[in-house]
Design a protein around this ligand. Structure first.
Ligand code: GLP
Length: 264
C-alpha cells in the first residue's frame, strides 16, 4: 500500500483527481469504479473543472458505481444515482450508455440482478481504477463489518451506525434506507488499481485499522492489504492514528525517485 498524507481535504481531492485524469488520458476507454460520499465531492469538482478548462475527455470511459440504496424510488434525490449525476455526470461527457450504477429499485430477484452487475463488469474487461471512501467502522462500499472478504455484489443490511451516518442526507422524519446493493470485497479486490480517500478526524481510527490493523472482516478496508496496487490518499487529520507516518512519507519520497509512475 502507498499511503500519501496531504495537508488537507483540498490537496487530497486534487491529487486524487489528477490520478483519475492521468488514467483517463493514458487509457481513453478506462473502466472506472466510482464511489459516493462527501469525501469524493472535491475530487469530482476538480475533474469537472478539468473537463471545462482542459477538455479532459470521458467520452469512451465506462463507469461502475460501488453501491446504491435498496428501496428508494428511481430519481429520489438522496439515491446514490442522483448524487452521481448532481456531482459528476451532469457536468462531464461520460456517455449515458457507459454509466453503470446498481439499481436499488429493481423489482425482480436481487441475486440475479447482482450477478448481472458482476457480469457487466466482467464483460467490460474488469475495473482499471476503483475509487473508494471508508466508513467510520472501516467498511468499503457497503461491506459492513463481518462481510466476507471474498464477497461479490449483493444486498447488504446496513448497520445502525451507517444508517445514522446517512441520515444527515435525508429530510427530518424521512425513512433512511436499511439495506443497499454493494460490490463485494472480492469484486473490489479484482480492480487493477485502487485509490482510497479519507479526510477528517472521524476517519482516523478506520484508516489505521485499514493500513496497520489485522486483515479482518471486522474492518473490510483491511482486505486492501491483500491487493497489490492500492494507494491511500488521506489528509493529516485522517492520518492522525497511523503509527508509521514517517515511514509512509519516506516511502513516497523514495517512490518519487525510483518508480514515479506508481504515483501518477
Ligand atoms: C458510505 C458509502 C461508502 C463511503 C462511506 C463514507 O458507507 N457506502 O462508499 O465511503 O459512506 O462516506 P463519506 O465520504 O460521506 O464519509
Amino acid at each position: 500500500m502507498l499511503v500519501r498524507i496531504t495537508q488537507n481535504y483540498d490537496e487530497m481531492s486534487r491529487l486524487a483527481a489528477r490520478i483519475v485524469a492521468n488514467a483517463a488520458r493514458r487509457k481513453p476507454d478506462l473502466r472506472l469504479g466510482l464511489a459516493t460520499g462527501e469525501t469524493q465531492i472535491g475530487m469530482y469538482k476538480d475533474l469537472v473543472r478539468m473537463r471545462r478548462e482542459e477538455g479532459l475527455d470521458f467520452s469512451r470511459v465506462l463507469t461502475f458505481n460501488l453501491d446504491e440504496y435498496v428501496g428508494l424510488p428511481a430519481g429520489h434525490p438522496q439515491s446514490l444515482r442522483s448524487f452521481m449525476f448532481r456531482t459528476f455526470f451532469d457536468h462531464v461527457n461520460v456517455a449515458a450508455a457507459n454509466i453503470h450504477i446498481p439499481d436499488g429499485s429493481v423489482r425482480r430477484n436481487f441475486g440475479e440482478y447482482c450477478a448481472q452487475y458482476e457480469e457487466e463488469i466482467r464483460q467490460a474487461g474488469g475495473i482499471d481504477l476503483q475509487i473508494l471512501g471508508i466508513g467510520k467502522d472501516g467498511h468499503i462500499g457497503f461491506n459492513e463489518p463481518t462481510s466476507s472478504l471474498v464477497s461479490r455484489t449483493r444486498v447488504k443490511t446496513l448497520t445502525r451506525q451507517t444508517i445514522e451516518a446517512n441520515r444527515r442526507d435525508f429530510a427530518a422524519g424521512e425513512e433512511v434506507p436499511a439495506a443497499a446493493i454493494t460490490m463485494g470485497v472480492g469484486t473490489i479486490l479484482e480492480a487493477r488499481r485502487i485509490l482510497l480517500l479519507a479526510s477528517g478526524a472521524a476517519k482516523s481510527k478506520a484508516v489505521a485499522r485499514a493500513v496497520e490493523g489485522a486483515v479482518s472482516a471486522a474492518a473490510t478496508a483491511s482486505a486492501l492489504q491483500m491487493h497489490g496496487n492500492t494507494t491511500l490518499i488521506v489528509d493529516r487529520e485522517a492520518a492522525a492514528d497511523l503509527a508509521h507516518k514517517d515511514y509512509y512519507e519516506r516511502a513516497i519520497e523514495m517512490t518519487k525517485r525510483l518508480t514515479p509512475e506508481r504515483l501518477e
